[in-house]
Ligand binder design. Structure first.
Ligand code: B16
Ligand code: MG
Length: 218
């Protein structure tokens, strides 16, 4: 039985993962090294400060900065990221997402957002997605980042449901691990390789329905 779907935001509902990557790569370039898209994969789904550590480690600079300097670098990266986000419109919601959310609503399935991002509210508003969710959990409400299951357990709690009836949609390996640790099934969205541990995988929401979801993993 699947009565609740919890969605990651960046890389699942909207393609902001490329904005995060660009903002980190720009910062790295200014610091004097290149941060590749392959290295960028490891920042998906993890918190801002943990992402900063990943980037600095890639450039051999993990011990170069004080905590205060790291806070400043993270703030600058976030300003760059928000400049990209400011260009977003409702057209930036990924193909098939709105139809799938509407299909879930028709079947009485509850929905929650489960994102590590502190900017999730801004993105939901820019893309006119806020009203599509029964509950919203973002980086401002949690204290432990994925792969800790906190974000998804909080979503289930707000919807008053058991993890057993929840399915998580995720584009990051850390998010799939968080779902598994929460006792939930998961759908990996995107590149199958890094998401091999998901219960099932899709590459797009186009033509994906609640019926297909249930047939495949229920
Ligand atoms: P922010 P998600 C995550 O969002 C991103 O995947 C990850 O790359 C980012 O570092 C994290 O949010 C924090 O984002 O800097 O905006 O607070 O995938 O969990 O929706
Ligand atoms: Mg994501």
């Amino acid at each position: 039985m699947i009565t609740c779907c919890i969605f990651d935001l960046d890389g699942v509902l909207v393609d902001t993962a490329r904005f995060h990557y660009r903002a980190w790569a720009d910062m790295a370039h200014e610091l004097g090294f290149e941060f590749t898209p392959e290295q960028g994969e490891a920042t998906k789904g993890v918190s801002r400060m943990a992402s900063l550590d990943i980037v600095l480690r890639a450039g051999g600079m993990e011990n170069r900065f004080t905590q205060e300097e790291k806070e400043r670098l993270a703030t600058e990266k976030n300003a760059r990221y928000l400049a990209y986000v400011a260009t977003m419109t409702p057209d930036d919601v990924l193909p098939g997402v709105r139809d799938f959310l509407a299909d879930l609503k028709r079947h009485g399935v509850k929905t929650a957002l489960g994102s590590a991002s502190k900017n999730a509210g801004t993105i939901l508003d820019r893309c006119a997605l806020r009203d599509a969710f029964d509950a919203i959990v973002d980086g401002t409400l949690i204290s432990r980042a994925k792969p800790d299951p906190e974000v998804f357990l909080k979503g289930a709690e707000l919807l008053s449901t058991s993890p057993k009836v929840c399915v998580v949609f995720e584009d990051a390996a850390a998010g799939i691990e968080a779902a598994t640790r929460a006792g939930m099934r998961s759908v990996g969205v995107g590149d199958g390789q890094s998401l091999a541990r998901a219960t099932m995988n899709i590459t797009t929401f186009e033509n994906f329905t609640y019926e297909t979801l249930c047939k495949t993993i229920d």
